[in-house]
Design a protein around this ligand. Structure first.
Ligand SMILES: [Zn+2]
Length: 255
């Protein structure tokens, strides 16, 4: 008689199960919105307080197919992880592992090459100029890394990106894409959503060739502060988006 192997998530607590489900749904929503990149790009979520244990998508698994139980639970102190079967993508391991360790308060890290955020990142001056509600949402919250050096698989890259991000929640990566950090998957995803919209608005406004009506700093800051009252939108929006996802086959667990 064949006995199915236990799911890798067997024995995990309800909090971790919920985090797995949220992160898995974020991948699929990202694809649904047209922002996946072949079988690349990576999202991660810290599991331990110190950020050393974290969830990450498996190497080269398409975003559209990722289930909660597919996510890898990794420990950045585990020096042999890249030598074992089922190893994560080396670049993701280096960058996300180092960023979670350096920035334990960054509970969720989403890295994407969404079209407008990437187009913005490819401008000589990729500053997200405040010109409306959505661009001003990120006023004072955005950092820039303009030292693109090709595809990174070294720990130094994670350290450089963590330093560039500092206490901000968005890192525009010049000639590359965007990385967003947040307290929860829903909060980080909402920022990814609004950053893409903000970049779209700015790119379209710039493409008109007309001068931009840039908001004064005080108005931009007031607008950014005003968004605080709307933090609850993130959970509602994420719940709506996940409800639109097609069903995936489960693996015999509670997922
Ligand atoms: Zn990338």
């Amino acid at each position: 008689m064949n006995v199915a192997a236990p799911c890798r998530t067997a024995g995990e607590d309800a909090g971790l199960a919920a985090l797995r489900q949220d992160l898995a749904d974020a991948f699929r929503i990202c694809h649904m919105l047209g922002w996946s990149e072949s079988v690349g790009n990576h999202f991660s979520a810290a599991v331990s307080e110190d950020g050393k244990r974290f969830l990450l998508n498996p190497r080269w698994q398409h975003f559209a197919t990722i289930r909660a139980c597919d996510l890898l639970l990794l420990d950045s102190d585990d020096t042999g992880v890249l030598d074992r079967p089922g190893a994560p993508d080396a670049s993701a391991w280096c960058v996300h592992g180092t960023m979670h360790r350096k920035l334990p308060e960054a509970r969720v890290i989403l890295h994407a090459h969404s079209p407008y955020a990437t187009a913005l990142a490819c401008l000589a001056d990729p500053a997200l100029v405040p010109i409306d509600n959505n661009t001003a949402r990120f006023h004072g919250r955005t950092a820039y890394d303009l030292d693109f050096g090709g595809i990174a698989d070294a720990e130094e890259e994670g350290e450089r990106l963590a330093a560039a991000l500092g206490d901000k929640s968005v890192l525009v990566m010049g000639n590359h894409g965007v990385t967003i950090v947040g307290d929860t998957v829903a909060a980080a995803f909402e920022d990814l959503y609004f950053f893409e919209k903000a970049a779209q608005t700015l790119i379209l406004a710039r493409s008109s060739g007309q001068p931009l009506a840039v908001l004064p700093d005080a108005v931009a800051q007031n607008t950014a502060d005003g968004w605080e009252a709307y933090r609850g939108m993130a959970e509602r929006h994420f719940a709506f988006l996940r409800a639109q996802l097609p069903k995936l086959p489960g693996c015999g667990t509670q997922f």
